[in-house]
Ligand binder design. Sequence first.
Ligand code: NAP
Length: 302
Amino acid sequence: MTITRVAIIGLGLLGGSIGLAVKARDLAIATTGWDRDPSVRERAAERGLVGTVCERAEDAVTNADLVILCVPVGAMGDAARAIAPGLAPHAIISDVGSSKEAVASALAEALPGACIIPAHPVAGTEQSGPDAGFATLFAGRWCIITPPDGVDPAALEALSDFWTALGSKVELMDAAHHDLVLAVTSHIPHLIAYTIVGTASDLEDVTQSEVIKYSAGGFRDFTRIAASDPVMWRDVFLTNKGAVLEMLGRFTEDLTAMQRAIRSGDGDALFDLFTRTRAIRRQVIEQGQDDERPDFGRQHPD
Ligand code: NAP
């Protein structure tokens, strides 16, 4: 099956980046889009995020071979219901949501009998909205596809080929396993960043201006993550509750062990952990997942 028309629902960071990537890579694919927010639709048209911005959800998906829902995970069911009247019988319905089991259930409930293949491009930034998207967001990044049992192999191949054409590396995974892996690699780190920044802003003996003034000591790297979209992340934690709570239990135990090591002056325990974590950073860089320049390549003027 060949994908020649793609409809993008939700024209923020992810939706806009998909539309721009299709255009920049000159793929022979026509794009349409819709967002529930009229001001987002207007800005999307100005930036040319998709070929045609439609005023109604069902018009955006008419004749689309592939529909990609790029809305917060808690809004997937509503978005799916909005497009239902216009869907072509052969259309593949996919998404970019950061949690997968809950999205798969919401889509199956909203669109019974449709060809649903959830996916999650592991690529993003802390920015959101129609000005945030850029064409190279997916280049060299993983896109995890979580096909349900009994999926049409031709549809799965077409979706994989689409993400490969955007520059992504594709991996297939079971939805529950995806949710566990992403709980460790993305959801818990975000929760820790939100918590640390929140704790610092609640301090009474250290002023907020001091926290900001001396933030280069490490704090500012947490503030980037903690600036991520509140709606998106609220929904991620509510929809990936089980895996997040399981991983948070493990993390809390490890944190308690660190507390104990510091209190008892167990320098070996601290040194061993910090040596192991340094090796992880080396692997992240070796696998091309980050910039190897010190301090994330920030400019340090003389
Ligand atoms: P975003 O920039 O905020 O864009 C989402 C857009 O969807 C907003 O314009 C929003 O409008 C619109 N929307 C909300 N509910 C809708 C509905 N029912 N129907 C139509 N449009 C609706 O968010 P994003 O960062 O692109 O995230 C989109 C999805 O990608 C999320 O599921 C997220 O988990 C996933 N994701 C994000 C990242 C990341 O780093 N940001 C990475 C990978 C995957 P309103 O402003 O009116 O709500």
